[in-house]
Ligand binder design. Structure first.
Ligand SMILES: C[S@@+](CC[C@H](N)C(=O)[O-])C[C@H]1O[C@@H](n2cnc3c(N)ncnc32)[C@H](O)[C@@H]1O
Ligand SMILES: [Zn+2]
Length: 399
């Protein structure tokens, strides 16, 4: 098959696929080649796809049966073809893209990897495609919504296209709204107020999951978050959907706000969407700012992460080192308190040199508190100690 644009063959995971030759689309340094090419392909998302392979395999093993998979925004088909080739127990993969060239290339890549018999490719709007599958016996066990920008326009139809107990994977690359650079856009898209705090990437994950939980609740569907992460220029969340009004109510109960003091690092959570919010910091008397409503529940499940880790160790993934490090950190922080402190930000404020993270963690633990590192930031610490305690520990350490 020939394509009327420059292509090349690349290897990723266990597959070999034809993709647009990105060099041909960079005319000036500011050009973002994946979006300029006639079909979307982004080599830097390999880690995202590696983790998706692991999560889907863990999900399939937990279900203990054959699964159907859908990627409604597939681009060159690399992710979906990897699911068909690399994940055991996948019996059907549905790929879709609004661009005819993308659908054609995805179909070609399925053939190239010998999985054309289990991969079905469509070429229509993702919401139409998902809605055609939003009926009993047509729904999927796994839907991977991986757009360029926010996944919100596809959330409703993706939820409706999932079977009870199905896994939804979401990528959001619009970090400027989610991290509070464009707060109005965040409120408009995700229904929650962001904040430009040092832990804004965690807020981004919680805003994304909050939006998902509220959207699912409208259909009397609850969500259980199994894994989420923030890396490079995007956040990602994996949540299982459970049908039923009661479980949907439980999800809504996990919504709330995070109050933050920009003056003394104090932060606290407030459960419930309709709760009245404190305006004054109980620690220093300054004005409190609020992020939310957002998801205050768990953003990862230890057992699921450990299953993913086991899968990662049995494979030869391109991003293995980074993946194992991330999975270990996410597992370790899965049950730790909401939000984290950043030692560099504290030192900046107190005009102190930055001590080693490990020493700060040890001292906080010695003082009788829980303290763990976080995958969100290499200088971040999740702890149940108050901001004043963390500041005291840091000050004493460098004195
Ligand atoms: C970020 S790319 C997908 C990358 C792919 N998931 C991967 O892992 O390589 C987003 C894709 O969505 C497609 N797209 C954009 N709007 C769409 C819509 N309304 N319906 C279906 N596809 C759409 C674009 O053509 C593009 O190929
Ligand atoms: Zn304060």
């Amino acid at each position: 098959m020939s394509f009327d644009f420059p292509t090349e063959t690349i290897k990723e995971g266990e597959v070999k696929v034809v993709v647009p030759k990105l060099d041909a689309y960079v005319k000036k340094p500011s050009d973002y080649a994946p979006s300029k090419a006639p079909v979307f392909y982004n080599p830097t998302m390999e880690l995202n796809r590696d983790l998706a392979v692991l999560a889907l395999q863990a999900h399939q093993k937990l279900l203990g049966r054959e699964v159907s998979v859908c990627e409604p925004l597939t681009g060159c088909g690399l992710r979906g073809v990897r699911f068909a080739v690399e994940v055991e127990g996948v019996h059907r993969v549905f790929l879709n893209d609004i661009k005819p060239e993308a659908a054609r290339l995805a179909g070609f890549n399925a053939e190239l990897n010998g999985v054309a018999d289990c991969v079905e490719v469509s070429n229509e709007d993702a919401n139409l495609f998902l809605s055609r599958h939003a009926a009993p016996r047509k729904r999927f066990d796994y839907v991977d919504v991986d757009p360029f920008g926010p996944p919100v326009p596809y959330l409703d139809s993706a939820i409706r296209a999932l079977r009870n107990g199905g896994l939804l994977a979401l990528t959001a690359t619009d970090m400027a709204p989610l991290c509070g650079v464009h707060p109005r856009a965040c409120l408009r898209k995700y229904g929650g107020q962001p904040l430009r705090t040092e832990y804004c990437h965690e807020l981004a994950v919680r805003l994304l999951i909050g939006c998902l939980a509220m959207m699912a609740a409208k259909h009397a569907i609850g969500v259980e978050v199994l894994f989420s992460h923030s890396i490079d220029h995007y956040v990602r969340a994996y949540a299982v959907v459970h049908y039923g009004a009661k479980v949907a109510d439980k999800s809504v109960q996990q919504m709330g706000y995070i109050l933050h003091c920009f003056s003394c690092f104090h932060r606290e959570t407030v459960s419930g969407i309709t709760s009245p919010l404190k305006r004054i910091c109980p620690s220093c008397g300054a004005k409190l700012s609020a992020a939310g409503p957002l998801w205050l529940g768990r953003i990862a499940d230890k057992n699921f992460c450990s299953l993913m880790e086991r899968e990662a160790k049995q494979r030869k993934l391109g991003q293995e080192k980074r993946i194992l490090k991330m999975l270990s950190l996410v597992q370790n922080e899965a049950e730790a308190p909401v939000t984290y402190y950043r030692v560099d930000k504290i030192c900046d404020k107190l005009n102190l040199p930055i001590p080693a993270l490990k020493n700060v963690i040890d001292r906080i633990r010695k003082a009788g508190f829980q303290a763990v590192p976080t995958h969100f930031n290499s200088r971040g610490i999740r702890t149940d100690a108050a901001a004043s305690v963390v500041m005291e520990v840091v000050t004493k350490l460098v004195a």
